[in-house]
Every structure is written in C-alpha cells, then in structure tokens.
Write a protein of this length. Structure first.
Length: 277
C-alpha cells in the first residue's frame, strides 16, 4: 500500500521528465511506468532484499489509475534485471551485482576510522519514522551500562540522548560505510540499506522488526545466521553482548561479506546495459 501510494504520486513528474530527456534506456528501481510509456528498454535494479517481481506485482495492483493516465493497461517485463542480494540471504531474479553502499553524507571523525579500546557498536535509526516508531536507540541506551563496549549513536533524536551512560557517544550524520570497518557490530531499524551495508562489511547486526520491509529484512538476516532480529523491547545487555561476542554470528556475517565481494562490481555490467540500447 505504501509503495503504491508513493509511486502514484511520483509517476506523472517522472514521466514528464523522461519525455523531455528522451533516454535510450531506463535503469530503475522496481517500478518503471516511464520506460513503458516511452517504449524504451527498461532494466530493473533491485534496491532491497525483496524479490522485485513480487514487489512489482503487489504495487502495480494499486497503480491502475496511474497506468491509465499514461495509456497503459499493464507494465511489460523489463529487458533485464539486476540482483544485489547475496544468494545465501535472499533470492532475486537478474544479473548479479555487488552491493555498493552509500549510507549518509557528512565527514567521518578520525577516531571512528580505527578500532577503539573496546568493541565498537554502531547504532542507527531510520530517516523516515512513523507514529510511535523510535527504532532501537532508546532500548540500546537503556541497556548500554551493562555492555562492555563503546556504543556510538548515529544521528539520534533528542529523546535518545538524555542521561547517556559513560560508554555511549553521539555523532551527527556520517558515511556509515566508512565507519563499519572499524566497528564490531551494527544495530539498526531493519532498513534494506543498513542490512545490506552490514552484510557487505561482514559485520554481525541486530535489526529490529518493524513496519514495511523491516521485518522481512531482519528475519532474512537472522535466518542466514548473520545477525539477530528483535523487537526494540527485547534489546537487553544480554542480547547486545551476544551480538558482540557470538562467534557463529560473526563467522556467518564474514561469509556473506565474502559472498558479496565475489559478485561483479557495477562497472562490469555497463557493457551488458549498453548492448540493450
């Protein structure tokens, strides 16, 4: 429902821009009304851990009005697809491509480039929150004093930074992919970018189950053995300590990281894309 409503709002301006620009090929996330309207080849790039075919079917059912506005009755299958999920975690259709994360701007402080004296636990939250959705940060702060680790909150909301224990530090927006190599684990809200970023870095992760795709992502990570899927209310000193010390979680995360590193880089797909034009 959410993806359908958002794409209904986006369809008209994107089609107008495409009609003005006249591209020879459209590389898109799972929805491509613009390519279908212009009659040019389309390539679907997965940007999450869903199977994009299922996501398209579910969303197109709610895009009837948008399709009719542009003289379409359905979306044709794309000319090709690009799959970024490591196969041991999720099944996707298409050419495999190594996930390359871009999670946030800003500048990484020098102290975050090297491991600290204690294991470092990064904690992030979603850029989009709904009513009552505060993510994992308050629960991590409440448990922090009982965890032998340096805990770093990335861009917390104001309610999460009151009365912080001595082992908790706060940073503003940072390039998360640059901070992961010197960290021991990641706690996050279950978003696809955070989940894939930790997998690519070979780090164990704790993903909270929540609305939208968050439960799906968290459960896939947990099923692979590369992390924990918990409700925020179930985050305790014990679960955070396990995240940092469980060798099986770390070994599985490392194996997935190696799996992602073995996938072709984005540049390797350029000749295949060009051949479709």
């Amino acid at each position: 429902m959410l993806f359908g409503a958002l794409n209904d709002e986006l369809t008209d301006p994107v089609v107008a821009l495409a009609a003005e620009w006249r591209p020879d090929l459209v590389l898109h996330e799972p929805f491509a009304v613009a390519a279908a309207r212009l009659g040019v080849p389309a390539v679907r790039q997965e940007n999450a851990l869903f199977d994009g075919r299922d996501l398209v079917r579910a969303t197109v059912a709610r895009l009837g009005a948008a399709l009719r506005r542009h003289g379409l009755t359905e979306l044709a299958a794309p000319a090709a697809a690009i799959a970024v999920a490591p196969p041991s975690v999720a099944t996707q259709d298409g050419w495999p491509m190594r996930y390359t994360s871009y999670v946030g701007g800003g500048k990484l402080p020098a102290w975050l480039r090297e491991p600290g004296e204690r294991p470092r636990l990064l904690v992030t939250r979603s850029t989009l929150t709904g009513p009552g959705d505060r993510g994992p940060m308050p629960a991590v702060v409440a448990a922090a004093a009982g965890v032998d680790a340096e805990i770093v909150l990335v861009r917390p909301d104001r309610r999460s930074v009151r009365d912080l224990p001595g082992n908790v530090r706060v940073v503003d927006w940072i390039p998360l992919d640059e901070a992961l190599p010197s960290s021991a684990a990641l706690v996050h809200h279950g978003g696809a970018g955070s989940a894939l970023g930790a997998l690519a870095a070979g780090l164990p992760q704790l993903a909270t189950v929540g609305p939208g795709d968050r439960r799906h992502n968290a459960e896939l990570v947990a099923r692979r053995g590369a992390g924990l899927a918990l409700r925020p209310a179930d985050i305790t000193p014990h679960t955070l300590t396990r995240l940092l010390t469980d060798d099986s979680l770390r070994a599985a995360a490392v194996r997935v990281g190696e799996e992602i590193a073995a996938m072709p880089p984005p540049s390797a797909l350029i000749p295949r894309l060009a051949a479709l034009v």
